[in-house]
Design a binder for this molecule. Structure first.
Ligand code: LLP
Length: 463
């Protein structure tokens, strides 16, 4: 899903099979800081360390495959977002990217808010002590039970996604004797430049109420007419893994346009705008993501400009980055099991995980890089495909990569930038046991999500 072009082919002039090729990197041992977590470095002996800990020791202690997360990097990214947006805006981390109790505590300590999109995420947030007023509940089909639990807990915001939901949330809030703060999610009609499955602001899809044709304006009318709902603002999320700020700017402009209409029709100035998440990260060194301060400035400027032009007070802005905070902070550590060399084609390198711990390659054609991390190597680059152990040929982790030709069973590989949407989308396909998430900080490592066991699998199997 990287938007980068891949112009150059391998150096040796081979006729190569179809694929997304980059030239072999000049140095196979180099670890590009654009795709690796902050504290990752190759030590003197050639093995890679993270948070001061050697990956061989991590593999020994926690086994493979494992997601290894740099806690310091996660916290630094939270601070970068919070500082970039400043005291007049709120940063809601999107829990769907990856959520656990430890993550909730880190967010709390670093001053971020949390966006949850299910009862399970809400339960995790509350279990870890996130103050409910700092939680926003999302989803296009929240159950009555989820809505009731959120209102009872006192969540600070419910984002309404449909006409039915307006009535449903109002009804539940009334029953509980509450007045619930809500935002309305609108689709602004922007074609975000990303994979079709994760673009969400064009009109022909399931989320939100369209600005075009007046659905959003009608939703505002209905919400303003309901005693048990307090309309605080308008929400727009245009998609995910987006690099181009233009889509966000159009979105901001159209949302301010709706605020202006609301003021003109109802004499009410809504105090909040949420522009969602979706900022892209580097999966390969060709990807060039924007920094939080650039994003904050671009969004802040456009909202301020548009509001001034419309004579509106500038509303409080919020954003919901998920991937941009957690994505780059983790890598997946695998052990090589088998190698199959196809003369003149490529070598299939099978690792001990696969599509059950990273479905993104199969689902979105996502691109990743990979490195040998248990040692360095001076061997020639070998065109490789890193595959898993599942029973289908689409079980690809890294479609095209160069690894050293002396790669052997027992070597450890790491795939960087797997912090977002990998553990959270992991499955038990083939009864795979989902890997642990190991957090590393200042020379200490601990599981924040433990490895699944066969007992865990069998506990659900009650037949
Ligand atoms: N806010 C809302 C309302 C969202 O729906 C999402 C993501 C986010 C924020 C966070 O977006 P982020 O900053 O992480 O891009 N599984 C896909 C991504 C799906 C995103 C769904 N919504 C993937 O692996 O690329």
């Amino acid at each position: 899903m990287s938007r980068s072009a891949h112009p150059a082919g391998p150096r040796h002039g081979d006729v190569l099979p179809e694929g997304h090729f980059t030239a072999p990197p000049a140095d196979l041992n180099a670890l590009d800081p654009r795709v690796w977590a902050q504290s990752v470095e190759r030590g003197g002996e050639g093995a890679v360390a993270v948070g001061g800990l050697d990956v061989r020791a991590l593999a020994e202690e926690f086994g493979t495959p494992a997601y290894v997360m740099d806690e310091g990097d996660f916290r630094a990214r939270c601070r970068a977002w919070r500082d970039a947006f400043g005291p007049d805006a709120d940063v809601f981390y999107a829990g769907k990217a990856f959520l656990s109790r430890a993550v909730v505590r880190w967010l709390h300590e670093e001053g971020l808010n949390l966006d949850v999109c299910s009862g399970g995420e809400l339960a995790t947030a509350l279990a870890a002590g996130m103050p409910p007023e700092r939680i926003a509940l999302h989803g296009n089909n929240k159950s009555t039970e989820e809505i009731a639990r959120a209102i009872e807990a006192g969540v600070g915001r419910i984002v309404l996604d449909s006409f039915q939901e307006i009535a449903r949330v109002a009804h539940v809030a009334r029953g509980l004797g509450r007045r619930q703060p809500v935002q309305i999610r609108v689709t602004v009609g922007v074609e975000a430049h990303t994979h079709e499955f994760i673009a969400t602001a064009h009109e022909d899809q399931k989320f939100g109420l369209a600005l075009a044709g007046g659905q959003a304006a009608e939703a505002v009318r209905r919400v303003l007419g309901l005693e048990s709902l307090e309309l605080t603002g308008i929400h727009s999320h245009i998609g995910s893994q987006i690099f181009d700020m233009a889509g966000f700017e159009v979105s901001a402009r159209r949302v301010v346009g709706l605020l202006t209409e609301v003021r003109d029709e109802h004499g009410v100035e809504l105090p909040e705008i949420d522009l969602g998440g979706g900022l892209g990260i580097a999966y390969t060194p060709e990807d060039d993501p924007r920094e939080p301060h650039e994003i904050a400035k671009a969004l802040g400027d456009i909202v301020t400009r548009e509001c001034e032009a419309a004579g509106l007070a500038v509303p409080r802005l919020s954003v919901e980055p998920g991937r941009a905070i957690v994505g780059p902070t983790a890598f997946t550590l695998y052990e090589v099991g088998t190698l199959k060399e196809l003369e003149g084609l490529r070598t299939y390198v099978s690792v001990d995980g696969g599509m059950s711990d990273n479905i993104r390659t199969a689902l979105y054609d996502a691109e990743y890089t990979v490195a040998l991390v248990s040692r360095s190597s001076e061997a020639e680059p070998m065109l490789s495909r890193v595959v898993g152990k599942h029973c289908e040929s689409g079980d690809i982790v890294v479609r095209d990569a160069f690894l050293p030709a002396d790669l052997a069973p027992g070597d450890l590989l790491a795939v960087p930038a797997t912090g977002a949407y990998c553990r959270s989308m992991a499955s038990n396909y083939n009864h795979a046991l989902r890997p642990p998430v190991v957090a590393v900080r200042d020379g200490q490592a601990r599981e924040i999500v433990r490895r699944e066991t066969e007992e865990d699998l069998l506990r659900l199997d009650v037949g």
